[in-house]
Design a binder for this molecule. Structure first.
Ligand SMILES: Nc1ncnc2c1ncn2[C@@H]1O[C@H](COP(=O)(O)OP(=O)(O)OP(=O)(O)O)[C@@H](O)[C@H]1O
Ligand SMILES: [Mg+2]
Length: 320
């Protein structure tokens, strides 16, 4: 879907991005991480041509973006940034309808689309469509930003630290919503963040950048288990990598005892090993009852969490 070939961008003498190669598949959730100034935003903005590249190529669906007309770029690529960039003197509805209006849609079609998007993002149109950005909380404004980016139903969504300024609970909720949107709408997403837990939670493909280049890319669990060097290892959390890996591993993957244990807390089979550890610590127990709905699947012991053993034959209903 998106192909970056030997992509470079210079600012004066300085290379912000140098000889970067990256292929992002259709429907993939790709997350770029790396220290400040390593070229993440520049890479993102070259994709929608807010910044032109100095050398190399960018193809979308096999077509060079250099050849795209501006209205086509706007329609195909949505863009969300940290401070949203909503127009302060426009209502929520007008802000969301920006791109459709630029594309010349009929007013009735725009109004219907705005309502649809607000519903999609869990915002009551009745309550919010007439409000101005200053009357919104950070999380609400961010939702409007996402709705606006989705307005013309783009295939690609570029998101530059969209949840960076939010409190952890709101951020958590929006991550959840974005994941569910991603599953439902199957957009190709390129997302930049400084928050490694956010990156690990969202990414199908995690890309670690350093000094304008890619150090390593792959599935989050691959990078956690086999970082190519100390830089990647420390960026991914150094000594806390084990906990981060536990946060990506479902309980069901370590379930090896089919018998139930009475008098211990239940944990849902789709929760993570990190959730299980936390529950054990909180209740001062060393095993948990693993359940799926009202059905008990067996017992998870502390030893199963810390040592990887072959799980039981059961894989019922588990999203591995
Ligand atoms: N318009 C510009 N003019 C000159 N230098 C720039 C410009 N935009 C970016 N740079 C430089 O290019 C490098 C990469 O910047 P970029 O914004 O892509 O980094 P980043 O990875 O997004 O960083 P951060 O995590 O802090 O947002 C930086 O050294 C930055 O100073
Ligand atoms: Mg940036």
């Amino acid at each position: 879907m998106i192909e970056l070939k030997n992509l470079s961008r210079q600012f004066g003498e300085m290379w912000a991005v140098r000889d970067l190669n990256l292929t992002i598949n259709k429907g993939e959730f790709c997350v770029l991480v790396g220290t400040s100034g390593c070229g993440k935003s520049t890479t993102l903005r070259m994709i929608n041509r807010l910044i032109e590249h100095s050398a190399g190529e960018i193809h979308i669906d096999g077509q060079p973006v250099r050849g795209f007309r501006e209205d086509l770029l706007r329609r195909r690529i949505g863009y969300v940034i940290q401070h949203v960039g909503l127009f302060p003197h426009w209502t929520v509805a007008r802000n969301i309808g920006l791109v459709p209006r630029l594309l010349g849609w009929e007013p009735e079609r725009i109004a219907a689309r705005v309502d649809e998007l607000m519903a999609l993002l869990g915002m009551s149109a009745e309550r919010f469509s007439g409000k101005y950005p200053r009357q919104l909380s950070g999380g609400q404004a961010q939702r409007v930003g996402v709705a606006r980016a989705l307005a013309a139903d783009p295939e690609i969504l570029l998101m530059d630290e969209p949840f960076g300024a939010l409190d952890p609970l709101t951020r958590d909720g929006l991550q959840e919503e974005l994941l569910s949107l991603h599953h439902r709408l199957n957009k190709t997403i390129v997302f930049v963040t400084h928050d490694m837990d956010e990156a690990l939670r969202l990414a199908d493909r995690l890309v670690v950048m350093h000094e304008g280049q890619i150090r390593q890319q792959g599935r989050p669990i691959e990078l956690l288990r086999e970082p190519v060097d100390e830089f990647v290892e420390s960026l991914l959390g150094g000594n806390s990598r084990g906990l981060k890996e536990a946060a990506l591993t479902p309980v069901a993957q370590r379930l090896c005892h089919a018998e139930m244990t009475s008098g211990v807390p239940d944990i849902d089979a789709n929760k993570t090993l990190r959730d299980a550890l936390s529950l054990m610590l909180w209740h001062r127990v060393d095993c948990l009852n693993v359940v799926e709905g009202s059905e008990s699947l067996g017992t998870l012991r502390l030893a199963d969490v810390v040592t990887a053993r072959a799980p039981m034959g059961t894989t019922r209903g588990l999203s591995s």
